[in-house]
Design a binder for this molecule. Structure first.
Ligand code: SF4
Length: 199
């Protein structure tokens, strides 16, 4: 839908990119998704262990692998220019803090800019702009088994998409025998929720 909207307004359509399938290994036949990665290796997304490599591996690297073969980027690099990468972090303190992690990967090939921060758009302003453009306000963009999900989001998932909720629980159950310091997708129990989604 958004791709069509872009097209009608003179922008290029969205290009969807994916990591290539991993090679078969001693743990299984290979995987094409983070869900497959977790199931095959009986593990959880790295965020559950306090690291952030899942988003880098499955989002940033998938885009960079595509761009590395993309004609306009190759021509720019051949002329000593950098590719401008725009990321839609808003200007809230939480999102602004996330910019450093991306800038440090710029190097000689990329220059990362954050248009929403430059325009001073916080989350509320983004919603206003989306509504004004006549577009539906999207839900949060994340994996359905993301360890950063809030308790109400997990309950919403179980109610609205029970099939996805069951798949998330399967990831956790399969990883369980390998977990030592981590209880589950929510890592550890807090005052307001357990450390595992199954609990
Ligand atoms: S949405 Fe969550 S689980 Fe998915 S890649 Fe990002 S941090 Fe990892």
């Amino acid at each position: 839908m958004f791709s069509d909207w872009l097209h009608w307004h003179g922008f290029p359509a969205i290009t969807m990119v994916k990591r290539p399938k991993s090679k078969p290994s001693s743990t299984g036949a290979g995987y094409k998704t983070l869900e497959g990665n977790c199931l095959q290796n009986r593990t959880l997304p790295s965020l559950a262990f306090g690291r952030k490599s899942c988003s880098h591996k499955w989002m940033v690297q998938a885009q960079e692998q595509f761009i590395a073969r993309w004609g306009p980027a190759r021509r720019a690099w051949a002329h000593g220019q950098r590719v401008t990468r725009c990321i839609g972090f808003d200007c809230s303190p939480v999102d602004s803090k996330r910019t450093y992690g991306f800038r440090k990967h710029d190097g000689r090939r990329y220059r990362t800019i954050f248009p929403l921060i430059k325009w001073g758009w916080d989350r509320k302003e983004c919603v206003c702009q989306i509504v004004e453009a006549g577009l539906p306000v999207p839900v949060k963009s994340a994996c359905f088994f993301c360890p950063a999900s809030k308790p109400w989001e997990v309950l919403w998932l179980a109610w609205k998409h029970p099939d996805l909720f069951v798949r998330a629980i399967e990831i956790e159950d399969r990883a369980q025998p390998n977990l030592q310091k981590v209880e589950g997708l929510w890592r550890s129990t807090t005052k307001t929720r357990p450390g595992s989604w199954r609990r």
